[in-house]
Design a protein around this ligand. Structure first.
Ligand SMILES: [Zn+2]
Length: 273
């Protein structure tokens, strides 16, 4: 079956010059680790970890609370400075030596705080395209409607200090086979989601639905139906804390009939595209 598929893809690529030549057997693996944390494995075997918050994440399966369980990590991406997104950046960066890419103001603060070295932290901005894993994988930073601060608590005095975290962001990740993921970060509704979808045409959208800090199921359903219209969606950023009340069931109900396929998966589940 796999051989038949490969032959078909090769044949199509020969017939249609515009069709990107997919890597034979190459699949995109998407592992959800709870909240906004994902491990993406590209068709060429590159590993990208987004918004690592695992050790203190109540929804992360026990096996992934040990950061070694992630295995090889080639790149760490962070959307904004809140603890449920940058919680394990310092330790994961130290352990893997992977570069940490994110909004310019956030990375500047992480460098100042000593979480990452100036060589390891790479600042970029919205519409910026970066290729830290080679020319076949392109990551573009896009807008998110949220806030971004980094709060650090002194373990001895328990006093917290808050630092500027730049502007929050989402990422469009285009992999070797042309498959495009859109990790929205934490965001409320904003009209330029339509622009982002029209311009970048993501296949898979990772969409926050929990409410309170981000879109609730009704907001997310509106964005999906009216603006994003992707082939696939994975709901995220719900149920981790009591205020994040939205559920995938409410999201699916608000969505109604649609051509978008929703995957209401659980933390620890892995999908292949
Ligand atoms: Zn969050």
């Amino acid at each position: 079956m796999a051989l038949v598929r490969t032959v078909l893809i090769l044949a199509l690529a020969l017939i249609l010059p515009g069709v990107p030549s997919a890597q034979p057997g190459g699949k995109v693996e998407v592992l959800w680790l709870g909240q906004a944390a994902f491990k993406i494995t590209s068709p060429g075997g590159k590993v990208i970890v987004l918004d690592p918050f695992l050790v203190n994440n109540p929804k992360t399966p026990a096996q992934y609370k040990n950061l070694d369980a992630l295995g090889k990590v080639d790149l760490i991406l962070v959307t904004h400075g809140h603890g449920d997104h940058v919680g394990d950046v310092k330790d994961l960066a130290a352990k893997t030596q992977a570069k940490v890419y994110g909004p310019a103001g956030l990375i500047a603060t992480l460098i100042d705080l000593g979480w990452v070295s100036a060589e390891q932290g790479v600042r970029f901005g919205k519409s910026g395209k970066v290729q830290p894993l080679g020319p076949q994988i392109t990551i573009t930073q896009v807008r998110a409607e949220h806030s971004s601060e980094v709060t650090v608590t002194d373990p001895a005095t328990k006093k917290s200090t808050t630092h500027p975290g730049g502007e929050p962001a989402g990422f469009i990740i285009e992999l070797e086979n042309g498959f495009k993921l859109y990790h929205m970060g934490d965001t409320g509704l904003f009209g330029d989601m339509k622009l982002i979808a029209d311009y970048y045409k993501p296949d898979l959208v990772l969409i926050p639905i929990g409410g309170h800090f981000v879109m609730d199921p009704k907001d997310a359903a509106y964005a999906t139906k009216e603006w994003l219209k992707p082939k696939f969606v994975i709901p995220m950023h719900y149920g981790t804390f009591p205020v994040l009340k939205g559920t995938p069931q409410e999201y699916v109900a608000a969505l109604g009939p649609t051509s978008t396929k929703v995957f209401p998966i659980n933390p620890g589940d892995k999908l292949e595209f």
